[in-house]
Design a protein around this ligand. Structure first.
Ligand code: 0L1
Ligand code: MG
Length: 263
């Protein structure tokens, strides 16, 4: 069910995307439209995606968000969400997070799956995902909710492309069969000090479950994950704020390191 008219979806797409592009805080969309629902929120997100593509941006991947109980509790929401990754979100390993382009960036340790077969829900499960996966690689997501003080509800965060803003990949890519994805450990350090640690099972019990959930959520809109998709699974650790001058490193068990700095 939806509650918003096409004009209202367009208005909210303008509202959220302008805040992203010009890096300023907004108040959550449900303050203006308290009756809007989950499907309305994805209508807004898909409209933002359509606008970026119409301007020539490429969509280079998808991300799941709020896939760990710790993240859901941290942000006060009750289920996971997804967003898209545009070409200009990508930062090379060792590169710079340009803080002036963002509002209040935080970094998260993640993994990314690269697929070799289409995944089409409903009913996609972990086994389907592992069979369809070409490689698993380390990733760091830079989230930057456009909402004031990172305060939102699930519907508002979905309309804001699930806080997507930048991401880094690097390290070593390996077939899933060479990894124990549940116990795969990550260590995040900022300015040489360990700030977060975690293991793959923090994400819905198994990282591949997140990709399966994404395929099943996309099916609700008649969409699928084509072969060759790049999918970030959601944070293994809590998100940590970075400020100008911070250097960060995330070590992934058996998959090398991703590092960068905030400038
Ligand atoms: O895990 C995530 O990527 C979080 C997505 C949205 C929620 C947030 O901004 O923390
Ligand atoms: Mg994330």
């Amino acid at each position: 069910m939806t509650t918003l008219t096409k004009d209202q979806v367009n208005e909210l797409a303008d509202y959220c995307e302008k805040a992203e592009l010009e890096a300023y805080e907004i108040i959550k969309v449900t303050d203006q439209y308290p009756a809007m629902d989950y499907e309305d929120a994805f209508d807004v997100q898909w409209e933002i995606r359509r606008r970026k593509e119409a301007r020539g941006n490429k969509i280079v991947g998808m991300k799941m968000g709020l896939t760990s109980w710790a993240k859901m509790a941290q942000m006060g929401v009750e289920k996971p969400c997804y967003g898209f990754l545009a070409d200009y979100f990508s930062i090379p390993d060792g590169g710079d997070i340009k803080v002036d382009e963002l509002i209040h960036p935080k970094i998260e340790a993640e993994l990314a799956f690269v697929t070799k077969e289409e995944l089409k829900g409903p009913g996609v499960h972990i086994g389907d995902v592992l069979k369809a996966t070409e490689l698993v690689m380390p990733a760091v997501e830079v989230i930057d909710s456009r909402y004031k003080d990172f305060k939102f509800d699930l519907i508002s965060v979905i309309a804001d492309n699930s806080s997507s803003s930048r991401f880094l990949t690097g390290g070593v890519a390996k077939p899933a069969s060479e990894l124990d994805l549940k116990t795969l450990g990550v260590v995040m350090s900022i300015n040489g000090e360990v700030v977060q640690t975690g293991a793959g099972a923090a994400v819905l019990g198994h990282p591949a479950a997140s990709v399966a959930m994404l395929a099943n959520m996309l099916a609700e809109r008649g969409e699928s994950l084509p072969a060759g998709s790049f999918v970030m699974i959601g944070a293994i650790t809590a998100a940590v704020s970075v400020a100008k001058g911070d250097n960060f490193t995330v070590q992934f068990d058996g998959l090398g390191t991703i590092s960068g700095r905030a400038v």
